[in-house]
Every structure is written in C-alpha cells, then in structure tokens.
Design a protein around this ligand. Structure first.
Ligand SMILES: [Zn+2]
Length: 309
C-alpha cells in the first residue's frame, strides 16, 4: 500500500467523499463531507485573517505561518507544508514565497467562483440552469489532471477485498481546489446565498432557497426563522395592506349602521355618527395610498386605521 505523504480522497458516491491524511507512515481518517459542503466550508474561513497571517511571511517565519494555516484548516495547512517540503534543498526563500502566492490566488479564486456560482439566478429560478454558468469555467480544467490511485482495501493493509476501488491523491493545494470545483461542474449541487447573513449554504431541495440554518441571534434563532418572520410582516403590511384598510373601513361602517338601527337595550355598539366616520374614511384612504408609496411608516398607517377604536 502506498503511503506517500498527502491527502487521500475516497468517493463514497457521486456527491460525498471520505478524506484521509497520510504523514508518510500511517493513515488517519479526517472526515466525511459532500463536495458542495466542502467548498462552502472554505468560503467560511476568515479571508481577512488569512491575508493578515500571510503578511507575516518572512524567511524565518515560514513554519509559524504554515502552523497558523493548519489552525485555519488541517487540509490547507498540511498541503502547504507538503509543497514546501517537496522543494529541493537548494531552494531559496523566493521559491517558498511563490508557493504562498500561488496558494493565496487559488484560495481567493476558489471562493470567488463558488460565490459567483451561488449568485447566479436563472429566470425560472431552477437550479438546473446553474450548470450553464459553470460551463463557462470549464476551460480551467482542460489543463488539469487529477492523480487517481487504485487500492484493494484502503484502511486495512492486511485485509483482502475482491474488488478494486479508486480514490484521488493530493499533495498540492490548488490541485485539490480544482478537483472540488470540477465536482461542482459534475454534480451541480444547489448552493445558495442566504438573504439574511450573506453566507453560502447547500440547500436541501433543488429549489432556490433564501435562508440558511445558521444560528444568528443570542436566543438561538436561525436565519430561516428570522427570515420567515420578516416575510410574514411584509405579507401582512406591504402586500396585504389593503386587507387591513378594508377591514377597518368595514368595521367602522358597521358601527355607523348599527348605531342608526339599534333599538334594543342589549345591543350597545360603540356608536359612530356618519360625519365622523366619513371624515375618518377619507384619512384612511389617503393613509392607504401613502403607505403604498412608502410615504408613511407601517406604524403611522396602522395608527390612522385604528384612530376610531
Ligand atoms: Zn443565513
């Protein structure tokens, strides 16, 4: 069994994989993930912090900077480490620096590509059209090859399995990112951008989804819960402001007619005379119109509607 130092990716199915790390001696299972979620996770890394750490790169700080990247992300840090180790002994600081520059560009471009991918809105809002957008990127992959390897039983050298399986080996960071982007092209997952927190997320269905499940408030509410409330408010006030207006007019009009007709001592409506009603109705109509034009706030609108209560 080969044990070359690097990252080993074993596909589980067409959307998920298991990741292993070999330090050149033994294998460690890292985690399981989907290609889409793996890319989304890389967009979550604090980009500003990455640029700050890169700013400290000098000849005698290379190890410290690599260790910082290992803290950001195990895979990123270790792939950087391996790339530096692969340099010949005669390599100077300039060559090490080039590896970091290449890393920075690859990291930045990958995040940018994934965000563009999530931003893309098709006319019928169906996710299948996203594939057209990614095809524009496919020229990237024309010159990229991925290092495939075959194995009998990956985790246990002694066990013998009947069938041969395959996986991918990475000892280079930009090659790993290219592979994940290549999977975007192949699988076309539904990555969306949250309308509340602006973060990317993998939607559970194929429909365009507006809000993610991240917990964002101190009392544990998610973007989805906050978003649903906002939308409810919109439905109630903006879209259906007419309903509120019409109900208030009907209610007050009934008060006028009841007051006029009422003879029974048991029926005691809050009577309204027609003149009061009619003057209010004109104000309410104007308030409704102003509300549609955004000239008055929701509260001002409701206050006028409820003036006679
Ligand atoms: Zn969110």
């Amino acid at each position: 069994m080969i044990k070359k130092k690097g990252i080993y990716l074993i596909p589980k199915n067409e959307i998920e994989f298991t990741l292993y790390f070999s330090d050149g001696d033994k294998f460690t299972k890292l985690y399981e993930n989907s290609y889409a979620q793996e890319l989304v996770d890389y967009t979550e890394i604090d980009f500003l912090a990455v640029t700050v750490v890169l700013g400290y790169l000098e000849e005698d700080t290379v190890i410290n900077v690599v260790n910082q990247f290992k803290k950001f992300d195990f895979v990123i840090g270790n792939l950087l480490d391996i790339e530096i180790e692969k340099l010949p002994e005669s390599a100077g600081f300039g060559e090490i620096e080039n590896i970091f520059i290449k890393f920075f560009r690859s990291f930045r471009d990958t995040r940018f590509t994934v965000r563009c991918y999530a931003d893309f809105k098709s006319e019928d809002e169906k996710v299948t059209d996203k594939i057209k957008r990614i095809y524009e990127l496919d020229h990237w992959f024309l010159n990229t090859t991925f290092n495939e390897f075959f194995f009998y039983n990956f985790e246990d050298d002694d066990a013998i399995s009947d069938s041969m399986a395959y996986g991918y080996f990475f000892d280079n960071l930009s090659n790993y990112f290219d592979f994940l982007l290549y999977q975007l092209l192949a699988v076309n997952p539904n990555i969306c951008k949250c309308s509340n927190c602006d973060g990317l997320f993998v939607a559970k269905t194929n429909r365009r989804t507006s809000y993610c499940d991240r917990v964002i408030t101190e009392d544990g509410k998610t973007c989805k819960q906050v978003g649903a409330k906002e939308r409810e408010k919109l439905m109630l006030y903006n879209v259906s402001g007419y309903q509120q207006y019409k109900q208030a007019v009907d209610r007050n009009y009934r008060r006028v007619s009841r007051a006029e007709k009422s003879t029974s001592y048991r029926e005691k409506p809050k009577a309204l005379d027609y003149k009061t009603y009619s003057e209010w109705q004109k104000r309410a109509k104007k308030a409704f119109d102003d509300f549609q034009e955004d000239l008055i706030s929701t509260d001002e609108f409701l206050e006028i509607l409820n003036e006679l209560e």
